[in-house]
Design a protein around this ligand. Structure first.
Ligand SMILES: *[C@@H]1O[C@H](CO)[C@@H](O)[C@H](O)[C@H]1NC(C)=O
Ligand SMILES: *[C@@H]1O[C@H](CO)[C@@H](O)[C@H](O)[C@H]1NC(C)=O
Length: 156
């Protein structure tokens, strides 16, 4: 069930971007049309499923941002009722931050306390990225990245 929704979210997000997609070549000659990051977020102290396993509650309605360089927001999106979202952006904005897995990260801009009042109302969740691979969807070459695992940053 959840997988079906991940696919729906991805297709919807890609469709939105398709009209504007701008193919790009970075300094290293790597080409792709879109940059995508599927994100699943849980309402737990560190945002991961962790020891809760499949029983971990989803973090719904969380604003998730792709931040690169000096906290520049490149893309944002909000998690659905399964805690799932898909960040997608044209290739061009991320080229100045190549390679993105070293220059970009995922930041959650919604306080944990909004999903569970016992969780912190300060700080934020964040995760580094790793490169997963590229694939073709409707003639668009998509470079997919994945969060390596969220952690809680008290932001002090
Ligand atoms: C993205 O960020 C803008 C500016 O902060 C905000 O108005 C918008 O609601 C956000 N979109 C999503 C889907 O979270
Ligand atoms: C809220 O978080 C606390 C502490 O992590 C946890 O014990 C509790 O089960 C959570 N409640 C819900 C409804 O998820």
């Amino acid at each position: 069930m959840a997988l079906k929704f991940i696919v729906l979210v991805i297709v919807a997000a890609i469709t939105l971007q398709m009209a504007e997609a701008q193919s790009g070549v970075n300094a290293k000659g790597i080409t792709f049309d879109l940059f995508g990051v599927p994100v699943t977020l849980y309402c737990t102290p560190d945002g991961n499923m962790g020891n809760f396993g499949p029983a971990a509650p989803p973090f719904r309605g969380a604003e998730v941002q792709l931040q690169c360089g000096n906290s520049e927001i490149i893309a944002n999106s909000t998690t659905n009722s399964f805690g799932i979202t898909y960040l997608v952006t044209e290739a061009a904005p991320v080229f100045s931050f190549f390679p993105p897995q070293f220059n970009c990260k995922i930041v959650v801009d919604t306080k944990l306390s909004s999903c569970n009042a016992t969780l912190p109302f300060i700080g934020f969740l964040e995760s580094p990225l790793e490169f997963v691979g590229t694939y073709l969807q409707k003639n668009l070459k998509i470079a997919n990245f994945s969060p390596t695992g969220f952690s809680y940053n008290p932001g002090l």
